[in-house]
Design a protein around this ligand. Structure first.
Ligand SMILES: C[S@@+](CC[C@H](N)C(=O)[O-])C[C@H]1O[C@@H](n2cnc3c(N)ncnc32)[C@H](O)[C@@H]1O
Length: 238
């Protein structure tokens, strides 16, 4: 697999460095984050910055489905604070915080990762409070098979400009694509994190099935410069 050797070497070397320099106080590491952040991880956030910038002129909120510990969620909310401080956009977070649970046969061997990405909801709320992002982030806790129909059944006004899908599995991904499709503004984007990923085939199968039904409405774009996210679907017509 591409990057396998380079990743192995990097992870071994950084483990050696953490053993050599020992434990550091959390915030002293964080305040020097560009020093420690891997290039692959940095590339991911540079790409997400570009995507959020692109979404600024498109009407509607931002959503993330699959937030886990909240790194991407808080990054996007902080970006909106910087780039659209007086605007009305919020970031809607959808997660059960129970990790990967809702497998189907379309996820193939990914089922071996059942329970991976278990969240820590209390810590997430504490971080949101630390950065005073309570008005910027709306959390919908639960499995999307329940939370999405409940939300869209009651809040008929909700519209979105950017929907970031990172749940890895077939069932929640196809559910989210179908539920958000009528709520995504023209020019709005679905962003996929595991599209074309061998270890999580269900996400790609969900996208393929969705495009077979709604294909004429979307343009597929490759994500330049990062491994993940890996696909953008731009809505061309409603
Ligand atoms: C790969 S992690 C997300 C990583 C995160 N976006 C980040 O930037 O760190 C996948 C997340 O999807 C959530 N998830 C998976 N299936 C779900 C479902 N059916 N409903 C709601 N959340 C789900 C899991 O709880 C987990 O937090």
């Amino acid at each position: 697999m591409k990057f396998e050797e380079i990743d192995r070497r990097y992870l071994t070397e950084r483990k050696k460095l953490s053993e050599k320099h020992g434990q550091r106080e959390l915030w002293s590491v964080i305040d020097h984050w560009p020093l420690y952040c891997g290039i692959g991880n940095l590339a991911r956030f540079v790409v997400i910055l570009d995507i959020v910038r692109k979404s600024l002129l498109i009407p509607g909120h931002v959503a993330e489905l699959g937030s886990w510990r909240g790194a991407n969620l808080l990054f996007m909310a902080k970006l909106l604070r910087i780039l659209d401080a007086n605007g009305s956009k919020q970031v809607h977070c959808f997660d059960s915080f129970e990790g990967l649970q809702t497998f189907s046969e379309k996820d193939c061997s990914a089922e071996g990762n059942r329970g991976a990405y278990l969240g820590n909801f209390e810590e997430l709320l504490e971080m949101i409070a630390l950065y005073e992002l309570q008005d910027d982030i709306v959390i919908h806790k639960g499995f999307v098979g329940n939370t999405l129909p409940a939300l869209f059944g009651s809040q008929t006004e909700l519209s979105f400009s950017l929907v970031y899908l990172d749940m890895d599995l077939y069932e929640p991904t196809i559910e989210a694509l179908n539920q958000f499709h009528p709520r995504l503004s023209k020019g709005g984007m679905f962003v996929l994190d595991q599209w074309n990923a061998q270890n999580y085939p269900g996400e790609t199968v969900a996208v393929r099935e969705f495009l077979e039904s709604e294909g004429f409405s979307y343009r597929m774009e490759h994500v330049q410069g990062a491994r993940q996210p890996s696909l953008i679907l731009v809505k061309e017509q409603c």
